[in-house]
Ligand binder design. Structure first.
Ligand code: CA2
Length: 149
């Protein structure tokens, strides 16, 4: 059994409560429950976190260096601004999948660039909260491939 970190950036605590036309009706607690269910089906544990503070996300990435087998991250607005989160992810040697609920490429130009994508092994955007499930499946299959080596 491996541990997958699922990290969420600023304002995602409002998921399902505001702007449902962009982010859907599921709350972050719903997303966490879905992630937990899928990870356990796949034989993994998750640590699911959200913060509005950049340093907390960096601290969780550092924690994942000790015991994480993969990271699924929706850095939210930090996607487009944070070299510090990119630097932290660059110290993590296991799979990283970046998730965006909305299709950032269909939105304002400032959302088209992601610092995190410089490190991510894969990027999912515009598939709603289902993107988290697909990201967990991908991390799980990369963990399996690495275990066979
Ligand atoms: O599409 C995504 O998942 C984003 O990462 C969400 C970020 C945005 O800054 C990125 O460009 C794309 C915003 C998260 C804010 O979440 C809210 C959820 C519900 C209501 C209000 C904000």
């Amino acid at each position: 059994m491996s541990l997958i970190y699922i990290l969420n950036g600023p304002n995602l605590n409002l998921l399902g409560k505001r702007q449902p036309h962009i982010y859907g009706h599921e709350t972050l607690a719903d997303v966490e429950a879905d992630c937990c269910r899928l990870a356990s089906e796949l034989g993994h544990d998750i640590r699911f976190h959200q913060s509005n503070r950049e340093y907390e996300i960096i601290d969780w990435i550092h924690e994942a260096r000790e015991d994480g087998a993969g990271i699924v991250i929706n850095p939210a607005a930090f996607t487009h601004t944070s070299v510090a989160i990119l630097d932290a992810l660059n110290t993590f040697e296991q799979p990283v999948i970046e998730v965006h609920i909305s299709n950032v490429h269909k939105r304002e130009p400032f959302r088209h660039h992601s610092f995190v994508s410089h490190r991510a092994d894969g990027v999912i955007a515009g598939l709603g909260t289902e993107g988290y499930q697909l990201a967990i499946r991908r991390v799980a299959s990369l963990i399996e491939v690495a275990a066979k080596k």
